[in-house]
Design a protein around this ligand. Structure first.
Ligand SMILES: *Cc1c(COP(=O)(O)O)cnc(C)c1O
Length: 393
C-alpha cells in the first residue's frame, strides 16, 4: 500500500491508513481514497460503454478524491480520455506526467487560449471570441489544433445555440488552424429514466452531426452521455461517454446506478473528547439539542469549514463502533457533536463521516437525502484542509 497527501497539505503523512489506520499527526480527520475502487469502477464503466470509449471526468480535484491519483486510477481501469473544467486542472495532470488526451469541458476566457495549448489540452469551443483567440494562439505556435465543438441541444448553459449552428460550422470548416475532431452536447435530464426531453436532445444532436458533415466537418468522435446517460441510455453512447460521479462509486441520482460500482471515498476521524451529559443539558451554539436522558456525547474535530454542512445540525449521522449515531446540536466551523448514547465511547475512537465499519455505513447518498442535494456536492465540497490518503490496493 502506498499513501500520499494532496499537494499543499503540510501535515505528516500517516505511515499506514489501512487496517491500523493511524490518523494524520495534528488533527485526526482525513479522507481515505480507495484507488482500486476507482480502477474497478472505470473498468466496469468502460465495459458498459464499449465499443464507445470512456472519458474519466476528474474536475474539481477528482470530485474531491484527488485529481492526479483519480486520473491515474481511471486510466489503469481503461479510461482513454480525461475531462476537466479548468485549464489549471489540465495543467496539473500534465505536471504529473499524464499524457492522455484531456478535454477542457468549457471555454476558458479568450486570454487563456495560449495557456491551454501550452499544456496540450483539447479545447471545447463554442463562442466566436474564443474561436478567434484560439486561432491566433494556434497560428502563433505554427501548429494546427484539434478542437471539440459543443452544440447546445437544450441544456442552455454553454454550447452553440441551435440558431447559430450553420454559422459556427462554416466558420470552423474555413479555419486553417482549428480542426473539429469532436462534436458534443450535454444532457439536462439524463438521470430521469423516462423523460422525453433526453430524446429530443438526442434528435437535435443528430441534426447537428448531419449539419456539421454538410458543412464539410469530419468530427472523429461525437459524444453526449454523462454518468446517468451512460447507465440509463445505452442507445446514446455514440463514440465516447464522459463519466464523473459513477467513476467514484456514487449514484448520479437516487435509484440510478449499477450494483457493482463501489464508493471510493471514506471520510474518517477520531473523537477528540467524550463527556457525560445529564438529562436536560444542551449542547453547542444556540443550545439547539437537549439530552432527553443521561447520555454521552463525543466531539468530532471536523465542521463546516471542512465540508460538513451546518445544515446537518440535528440531522445527520456518523458511524461509531459499528453503529450509526446522530449528529446533535449545531455543526460548528471546526467541530461537531454526536450522541453516543449510554454505550459511550472514548477519545481517539474512530468515527466515519462517510463510509463505515462492522456493517454500518453512512453514504454520500444518505447525506444527499438529508441535505436535499446530490452526491456530487457532498464529495466535491470536502475541504482542502482535509488530507486525502490514497490507498493503492
Ligand atoms: C461534469 C461533467 C460530466 C460528468 O458528469 P457526471 O454526471 O459526473 O458523470 C460530463 N460532461 C460534462 C460537460 C460535465 O461538465
Amino acid at each position: 500500500m502506498r499513501t500520499r497527501l494532496l499537494p499543499g497539505f503540510t501535515g505528516t503523512p500517516p505511515p499506514d491508513a489501512g487496517g491500523g489506520d493511524p490518523p494524520p499527526a495534528h488533527r485526526p480527520v482525513w479522507v481515505q481514497v480507495d484507488l482500486a475502487a476507482i480502477t474497478a469502477n472505470a473498468a466496469l464503466l468502460a465495459g458498459v460503454a464499449a465499443p464507445a470509449a470512456l472519458m474519466a471526468v476528474v474536475k474539481a480535484d477528482g470530485y474531491g478524491h484527488g485529481i492526479v491519483p483519480a486520473a491515474q486510477a481511471a486510466l489503469r481501469g481503461g479510461a482513454t480520455w480525461l475531462g476537466v473544467a479548468m485549464v489549471e486542472e489540465g495543467a496539473a495532470l500534465r505536471r504529473a506526467g499524464i499524457d492522455a488526451p484531456v478535454l477542457v469541458l468549457a471555454e476558458p476566457p479568450p486570454a487563456a487560449a495560449a495557456a491551454l495549448l501550452e499544456v496540450a489540452l483539447t479545447p471545447t469551443v463554442y463562442s466566436p471570441a474564443f474561436v478567434a483567440a484560439l486561432e491566433t494562439a494556434a497560428a502563433d505556435r505554427g501548429a494546427a489544433v484539434g478542437v471539440h465543438l459543443k452544440v447546445d441541444t437544450g441544456m442552455r448553459r454553454v454550447g452553440v445555440p441551435e440558431a447559430d449552428w450553420p454559422e459556427a460550422f462554416a466558420r470552423l470548416a474555413a479555419s486553417r488552424w482549428l480542426h473539429v475532431d469532436g462534436l458534443w452536447s450535454h444532457l439536462a435530464v439524463a438521470d430521469e429514466r423516462d423523460n422525453p426531453f433526453t430524446h429530443r436532445q438526442a434528435a437535435a444532436f443528430e441534426q447537428a452531426v448531419t449539419g456539421a458533415r454538410d458543412h464539410g466537418l469530419r468530427p472523429a468522435v461525437t459524444h453526449l452521455c454523462n454518468s446517468a446517460g451512460t447507465l440509463l441510455h445505452a442507445e446514446l453512447h455514440r463514440d465516447l461517454v464522459r463519466c464523473g460521479i459513477a467513476l467514484y462509486g456514487c449514484a448520479p441520482a437516487p435509484g440510478v446506478g449499477h450494483p457493482d460500482l463501489q464508493p471510493a471515498l471514506a471520510w474518517r476521524a477520531r473523537l477528540s473528547l467524550v463527556k457525560r451529559l445529564a438529562a436536560g443539558e444542551a449542547v453547542s451554539y444556540g443550545l439547539r439539542w437537549t439530552a432527553p436522558a443521561p447520555t454521552t456525547v463525543g466531539t468530532v474535530p471536523a465542521g463546516y469549514a471542512d465540508g460538513v454542512p451546518r445544515a446537518l445540525t440535528n440531522r445527520g449521522q456518523v458511524v461509531h463502533a459499528g453503529r450509526r449515531v446522530p449528529i446533535v446540536g449545531t455543526v460548528c466551523m471546526d467541530q461537531l457533536l454526536v450522541d453516543l448514547g449510554p454505550a459511550g465511547g472514548a477519545p481517539g475512537d474512530p468515527v466515519w463521516l462517510l463510509g463505515g465499519d462492522h456493517g454500518a455505513t453512512v453514504s454520500a447518498e444518505d447525506w444527499a437525502a438529508w441535505l436535499d442535494t446530490i452526491t456530487y456536492e457532498v464529495v466535491a465540497r470536502i475541504g482542502p484542509r482535509v488530507p486525502r490518503v490514497h490507498q493503492e490496493a
